[in-house]
Design a protein around this ligand. Sequence first.
Ligand code: GDD
Ligand code: MG
Length: 347
Amino acid sequence: MKALILVGGFGTRLRPLTLSVPKPLVEFANKPMILHQIEALKAIGVTEVVLAINYQPELMMNFLKEFETKLDIRITISRETEPLGTAGPLALAREKLVDGSGEPFFVLNSDVISEYPLQQMIAFHKSHGGEASIMVTKVDEPSKYGVVVMEEASGQVERFVEKPKLFVGNKINAGIYLLNPSVLDRIELRPTSIEKEVFPQIAGEKKLFAMVLPGFWMDVGQPKDYITGLSLYLDSLRKRNSFKLATGPHIIGNVLVDESARIGEGCLIGPDVAIGPGCVVESGVRLSRCTVMRGVHLKKHACISSSIIGWHSTKHVHVCDEIYSNGGIVLPHKEIKSSILQPQILM
Ligand code: GDD
Ligand code: MG
């Protein structure tokens, strides 16, 4: 079975992290976002993942080469010379996706983190006999997403409305699809949107079906959602593999600590914290609701809450003693000498 991951866009809302690294390679819970997806695909027997990409393909491939061997899965690139939207890349990768077997293939948006009940999705797809299946999830603010109106019992999609201005419903497209090869016959090789052009057409013919995602889901493309997404992810990790989470008198709630990180005496860590490889956390540090990426050095008695600390922050960003930051976005190579009182960007 094959899969395509849509890896376009510049990830502007996660800057400065995405200034040097494409968004799918930004770590989430100590693992690049895209690896969460590739591992889930591998687990249900996908043999080849095609990355549909129009930005920094070399960086991506150099990074993923190692995982092709480690995970024993083929990873190939389908490169656009101009952005083709969310459907055009499927037409471009047609030869890679279709092998004559008639088997459906997965398509994933690259900026969401969720549980991946892909095996259940395959069973659902077989059971309805339509042309395409999409995963949906409930959210409080549906207008930012693609909204799906479906018949509850069968899952048949009645309407698919991308970013509706008026309320249509609260079930939204989670960005995980299983498509029959025939869907490719509906897509021309030009910039085009699967949400605006392809799904409404298939829904009109009553061949589009939706399955409600069991478990958590989050679009982690902006800092606030990234931090919320981490707490949902750690919560689900506790239910599945609680042995991966840290334990001890200095830990509160769900905390993930890479085994190569060093934690000093008298720290209080959690809830909802991820500490990456090679981090050094000196004594008396207090961390809650935050991600500390690989190679960060936190000095004694630092207090960090609701933040993302980018990789190797000590080398590039120096925070002087007795300083605090409230909602600051700090770019590399900065020395912070006075407190950041209000959310702002420090360049
Ligand atoms: N290769 C390629 N080329 N990929 C692209 C392009 C492009 O030109 N444009 C966007 N993508 C990729 C993005 O990287 C992302 O993985 C996916 O396509 C969706 O694009 P976004 O720009 O992130 O769309 P969105 O977040 O506003 O909305 C989409 O995701 C929502 C869920 O998070 C839609 O699919 C909505 O319907 C959905 O609810
Ligand atoms: Mg998105």
